[in-house]
Design a protein around this ligand. Structure first.
Ligand code: LLP
Length: 446
């Protein structure tokens, strides 16, 4: 563990000290002063600890943790996980390139997604990744066709849709019947039957992903039973698979106060903190499964679990605005920077970067984007801010920057990595030139 690691709690990177909010020994106000806002700030230490904890829970099983890069594909962050021995789960040619550039070993990369193009398939085969996870019979035919004439068969898995309701937000539930992902069990068996006979294909695993922010173990246990059934069927053909990939979706304790030594809610009114998925119990189910299928490796694809709590989005208060019994605080981060509240109604905790006094007021926190959905939450209990004050929007390390856009022609935020008591910019803030770089002026097309 690093020197800083000894001083800070395992659960969080944040604490108030000398009237400021600090992340692992670095003042967030100092970062905001140096790089401006909005800015994403990540704790390298917390990412590392979350990964090591995840890995430790699964001790005793042969395992590979493939970080779901869609959660946050910043190269520095990915490189840190690659150094720890993580693999990567990618869903596009772009993520595949990022994964390889960040240092993930190709033989630790799996590629999912319902709509891989021929070009993406070709790149995956050329890179010799661990598995292309197939999501339809037509895709299997396409992969076989691309693999023909290549250097040996394509390593594939089939993504099964087990028809399980995992309790995730409907936008991110993926394992129910009717969802576009994977294929139903009978179709999966039929596809394996054909794949084992096809010299262009080598079935190496089976894949299943139920959804995101899942907080109960039972859906995973059910999925393992469905997978066992398929493995048993495959066994009757005298065949076997090298691994079972149970996907990601491991939920975090959303909205729980994660500032060291602090109690009380940082959430808007009406929002309740959630429970983390009990990892030990998931691991117990996996170990039991592994006892039944001893030569089968387990892959998991956590995204949010590893990075969400490690990141905050720093924003400055621009204005206060009182009307009809409400007070708005207008901040300089918007739904283009962090889309989750507008998209899923997600409630992110907000903490002032200066140590708050006792007096709080009810504030609706809104961004500058021209949409009524650009509100982080209603009635946060926050100290009355003055313009220029810095706030940290918490739990923003996953699906924050990676889902951000330039909507309203807003340059994307800077990304900062905090490590060893220092910070460094790992993606600079976009500039005006970045906004227009790919465009031509009217009349300038030729
Ligand atoms: N594996 C596959 C095949 C996935 O589709 C996903 C996420 C993951 C792994 C990682 O899931 P995680 O462990 O992060 O829950 N934008 C949404 C979440 C979308 C998740 C999509 N798939 C949000 O901000 O809540």
């Amino acid at each position: 563990m690093s020197t800083w690691g000894r001083f800070f709690s395992m659960e969080t990177s944040l604490r108030y000290r000398k009237n400021s909010l600090w992340m692992d020994g670095v003042s967030l106000r100092a970062i905001a002063r140096a790089v401006g806002t909005p800015a994403y700030v990540y704790s390298a230490r917390l990412v590392r600890e979350r990964f090591l904890r995840f890995d430790r829970e699964l001790r005793g099983c042969e395992r590979l943790i493939c970080y779901a890069m869609k959660a946050n594909s910043n190269r520095a962050l990915c490189g840190l996980l690659a150094d720890l021995g993580a693999g990567a789960e990618v869903v596009s040619g772009g993520e595949l390139r990022r994964a390889l550039a960040a240092g993930f070993e190709a033989r630790r990369v799996v590629f999912s997604g319902v709509g891989k193009t021929e070009e993406e398939i070709r790149r995956a085969l050329r890179a010799r990744i661990l598995s292309i996870h197939l999501e339809s019979a037509e895709e299997m035919a396409r992969v076989a066709a691309v693999a023909r004439g290549g250097r040996g068969p394509a390593d594939i898995s089939i993504r099964v849709n087990p028809g399980i309701e995992a309790g995730a937000h409907p936008h991110v539930a993926t394992g129910r019947s009717g969802d576009k992902f994977g294929v139903p069990v009978t179709q999966a068996i039929e596809m394996y039957r054909r794949a084992f006979k096809d010299r262009r294909l080598r079935p190496v695993g089976i894949h299943c992903h139920l959804g995101s922010q899942i907080t109960r173990v039972e859906p995973y246990a059910r999925a393992l039973r469905v997978i066992s059934g398929i493995l048993a069927r495959i066994k009757t053909w005298g065949r076997r698979l090298d691994f079972v990939d149970l996907g990601g979706g491991m939920g975090i304790a959303c909205g729980k106060n994660k500032i060291a030594g602090r109690r009380g809610t940082l959430l808007p009114r009406g929002a309740r903190p959630g429970q983390e998925l009990p990892l030990e119990s998931l691991a117990e189910n996996i170990r039991e499964f592994a006892r039944a299928w001893p030569r089968t490796k387990i892959i998991l694809e956590p995204g949010r679990y590893l990075v969400a709590d490690a990141g905050v989005l720093l924003t400055s208060v621009l204005y206060r605005k009182r009307m009809e019994g409400r007070t708005f605080a207008v901040v300089d981060a918007g739904m283009n920077d962090l889309a989750r509240p507008a998209l899923y109604g997600a409630a992110h905790p907000i903490a002032p970067a200066s140590r708050p006094g006792r007096r709080r007021v009810a504030l609706d926190v809104a961004g500058p984007v021209c949409e009524s959905a650009d509100v982080f939450g209603r009635r946060y209990r926050l100290p009355q801010p003055s313009p220029g004050e810095i706030w940290a929007i918490l739990e923003a390390g996953a699906y924050g920057f990676s889902m951000s856009s330039q909507y309203n022609s807003r340059p994307r935020a800077a990304e900062i990595l905090v490590e060893g008591g220092e910070f460094r910019v790992v993606r600079r803030r976009e500039s005006w030139e970045d906004l227009v770089r790919l465009e031509k002026r009217y009349g300038e097309e030729k």
